[in-house]
Design a protein around this ligand. Structure first.
Ligand SMILES: *[C@@H]1O[C@H](CO)[C@@H](O)[C@H](O)[C@H]1NC(C)=O
Ligand SMILES: *[C@@H]1O[C@H](CO)[C@@H](O)[C@H](O)[C@H]1NC(C)=O
Length: 422
């Protein structure tokens, strides 16, 4: 996805909206059900507590809106001390926007045994430039785990996405947003058919995503798997992602990102960028992608920055290692001249520096002859690019495997001889 960023102003606006909406909804509901909530609160009076959403009015029939019950559970769990657990038991629970805000008093675990379904009534996510379905904000020590699903029900709304035609399109809701989360774990769950991005990790630190499955059809619009921005120490391990857009995209302000054991496909691959679209973006550094497999994706390992970047930004210390390509269209690509839909206003004047990038032990097949493309700008060449044991072969027989390299400086050792362009 080319143009995403988080809009602080929109988030603040969203905050006020949500406070009013929930204050109203909640005020009414808690009068009706005071007994139930009182009992739940009493159970949680000591350190530690557990809140089953079905005991707070949620109905797992896939139709009844259970938003208020989940918000009640959140309020109690986040307000309690010690280890607090929200239990989503087996069943299909429909909800609208879940604005799950901290800071919390203790550590909250969301135990996802059943499924949450995102309502297709878009007015339930109303009024925001960047709408979200489930957003955790300012929460430390958060765990989301279980074998359940977050089902975005995207097929019902994807036709309303006009972003490929319209630059200022209305965005559909992201499924799971971690916004300002320190020390988080997302483990075991499945994210299915997001309306827009499946996961957005923004302003987070020390977050691990492990054993997660993310699935949407190849043709679904902007259904990126995991987007990371303005975050540090993010680990993604043993995760399977197949979507209609980037499996993982690493945006501005990301550092110490560690991606291991990810299988990607279908999708647009693992990407750093796009960079340079917005003013004063922060640098990207210390990114490792290790032991990953890319299957039938349009890109493999990619760094992309806008040709007409508005302010300087640097990508450095990136290591792509032990990656297998299976019929990938652009297996290795650095593109400093990225300009989707020809929206760039100036040419060849990149302000995005790319340096110290290693590709090591990259094997398998390419769906196009150009297995390696290093397309750097003449004004700001890529520097410190190293290719070791890069052996990706064109899978077809009509043409020879080749590398296209412009303005890239560095060295190549042990590579397929057609690819040793440095
Ligand atoms: C990256 O993740 C892998 C797998 O989870 C782990 O073994 C490795 O130590 C991590 N590396 C860093 C630098 O955190
Ligand atoms: C190269 O990468 C593959 C796939 O991850 C791995 O199985 C193999 O052991 C690696 N080879 C070396 C020499 O590290």
């Amino acid at each position: 996805m080319a143009f995403v960023r988080n809009h602080a102003a929109a988030i603040v606006f969203f905050f006020f909206l949500q406070v009013t909406t929930y204050a109203n909804a909640h005020g009414k509901k808690s009068e009706e059900k005071e007994g139930v909530y009182g009992a739940a609160a009493a159970v949680a009076a000591g350190p530690g507590g557990s809140f089953d959403i079905t005991k707070l009015g949620a109905v797992g029939n896939g139709r009844t809106d259970s938003t208020i019950a989940v918000m009640e559970a959140w309020k109690s769990a986040c307000g309690g001390a010690g280890k607090q657990t929200i239990v989503i038991p087996k069943g299909d629970f429909l909800t609208g926007a879940l604005d799950l805000r901290g800071p919390c008093n203790g550590a909250v675990t969301v135990q996802l045994d059943g499924n949450l379904l995102g309502s297709n009534d878009l007015s339930k996510y109303a009024g925001k430039r960047m709408p979200n379905w489930i957003e955790f904000r300012k929460v430390d020590n958060l765990v989301i785990s279980g074998k359940g699903k977050l089902d975005g029900q995207g097929p019902g709304v994807w036709s309303k996405n006009s972003c490929s035609k319209n630059y200022n399109c209305k965005l559909l809701p992201n499924t799971l947003v971690l916004n300002t989360v320190n020390n988080g774990l997302v483990a075991g769950i499945t994210l299915l058919n997001a309306k827009f991005f499946h996961m957005n990790i923004y302003r987070c630190k020390d977050v691990t995503i492990r054993g997660v499955t993310i699935t949407a059809p190849e043709e679904s619009p902007n259904t990126d798997g995991i987007h990371i921005g303005d975050s540090s120490k993010i680990n993604i391990a043993d995760t399977i992602i197949g979507t209609g857009d980037d499996c993982i995209s690493i945006g501005p302000g990301s550092d110490k990102i560690n991606i291991t054991g990810v299988t990607c496909g279908p999708g647009h691959g693992i990407s750093i960028g796009s960079l340079g679209r917005y003013k004063d973006e922060r640098d990207v550094m210390d990114v490792t992608v290790n032991r990953c497999v890319l299957r039938k994706t349009t890109n493999g390992l990619r760094i992309k920055s806008y040709e007409d970047a508005v302010s300087p930004v640097t990508v450095s210390k990136v290591a792509f290692e032990n990656v297998v390509m299976d019929n990938v269209a652009n297996p290795i690509i650095i593109d400093q001249k990225y300009c989707p839909n020809s929206i760039c206003t100036s040419k060849g004047d990149s302000k995005v520096s790319v340096k110290d990038v290693t590709f090591k032990n990259i094997t398998g097949t390419s769906a196009t002859p150009e297995a390696v493309q290093l397309l750097c700008s003449d004004k700001l060449p890529c520097s410190g690019v190293a290719m070791h044991d890069v052996r990706v072969k064109y899978g077809g027989s009509d043409k020879k495997t080749m590398a296209v390299c412009d303005n890239a400086q560095g060295k190549a050792t042990g590579c397929l001889k057609e690819l040793a362009c440095l």
